[in-house]
Design a protein around this ligand. Structure first.
Ligand code: NAP
Length: 297
């Protein structure tokens, strides 16, 4: 890391978009279950304003958070947007009234999704859109995504989207998409205890493409580990800061979007950029994934 503040900088490949490696994920700003308005609307606005004031210039969102609510709060809190702010949104899902997460992948649904994002964020062009694959299970599943990526590449040519990324994908789906268009980031589930994407991350490092882990703190059930707590105590930090610092050390192309609805947690998370982990501490933390696997089996 060449900059102590917010983990240094990274430029999305082939773009003029440079962000600090520690950004912010806005999903926690919607109501319980990522549905409806937040319990504390003023608090949600305050978190976003505090993030930007602290130098965050990468915000991850989606119009299916709420639905629409998170984007509307971002607009209320930050529009007109600072020029250096990069808002990354995602398409490919919808939330029916039963609050489930369903695929929305037909050309009309994807096109309508772009217009919904533009309207709710108050933008003429979306900086980066991730095509988020929603399968039948929790993780990525093989299957062609060529049709959806082609639709989004067409919308990009029309000027509604600047750049495309992918979310919840396999290495084969990444390669398939790259044969159609440039892919500027990949957003999959990854953290200290969930390491399925180790090989994919190494491949993206070689390609200079950022890997943006979702659930970097463990998601709806934040990480708990005696090793993590012991390391945090020793360093005078917190377990969440150590979990984020480990990701920053894991690979130079990892960008962070930890989510929180709390200004105090936001400040704590941004502080992770100042934490240096020694090789000995890093190998100690490597044991957490092995322990998590042993519990599952
Ligand atoms: N592409 C996808 O499919 C996908 C899926 C999920 C998420 N995402 C994106 O990834 C972002 C990050 O994921 P996430 O927000 O679900 O999970 P996360 O960042 O791993 O963790 C968020 C959870 O940790 C808590 N938390 C945050 N900071 C904390 C701290 N310092 N101390 C204690 N608890 C803390 C939050 O509660 P508090 O609100 O109380 O702080 C919340 O419950 C999302 O915001 C979203 O933008 C993408």
């Amino acid at each position: 890391m060449n900059e102590a503040t917010l983990g240094g900088r990274f430029t999305f490949p082939g773009t003029s978009l440079t962000v600090h490696r520690i950004g912010y994920g806005a999903m926690q700003l919607a109501g319980p279950g990522v549905w409806g308005p937040p319990r504390d609307s003023d608090g949600a606005v305050a978190v976003l304003r505090e993030a930007v004031a602290a130098g965050v210039n990468h915000i991850d969102t989606s119009d299916f958070y709420g639905p629409h609510v998170t984007n509307q709060i971002i607009r209320q809190a930050l529009h007109p947007y600072p020029t250096e702010l990069v808002i990354v949104t995602k398409l490919g899902g919808r939330r029916p009234p039963d609050k489930s997460w369903q695929p929305a992948i037909s050309p009309p649904e994807l096109t309508a999704g772009v217009h919904d994002n533009l309207r709710n964020l108050g933008l003429d062009t979306l900086d980066i859109v991730n095509y988020r694959v929603i399968g039948s299970g929790h993780g990525p599943e093989e299957g062609s995504i060529a049709e959806q990526v082609t639709v989004l590449a067409d919308l990009r040519r029309k000027g509604l989207i600047r750049h495309l990324g992918l979310s919840n994908v396999t290495a084969a789906q990444l390669a398939e998409a790259q044969a159609i268009t440039d892919v500027v980031c990949v957003q999959n589930h990854y953290n200290l205890a969930h390491r399925h994407d180790d090989a994919l991350i190494d491949d993206l490092t070689r390609q200079g493409i950022p890997y943006v882990p979702f659930f970097p703190l463990g998601g709806f059930s934040p990480l708990q580990s005696s090793t993590l707590s012991a390391v945090a105590d020793r360093l005078g930090s917190t377990p969440m800061q150590v979990a984020l610092a480990w990701l920053l050390h894991r690979s130079p192309n990892i960008l962070l979007i930890p989510g929180t609805s709390s200004v105090a947690h936001l400040r704590e998370n941004l502080g992770a950029g100042q934490l240096m982990l020694s090789p000995q501490t890093l190998s100690e933390l490597e044991g957490i994934a092995a322990a998590a696997m042993a519990v599952k089996h």
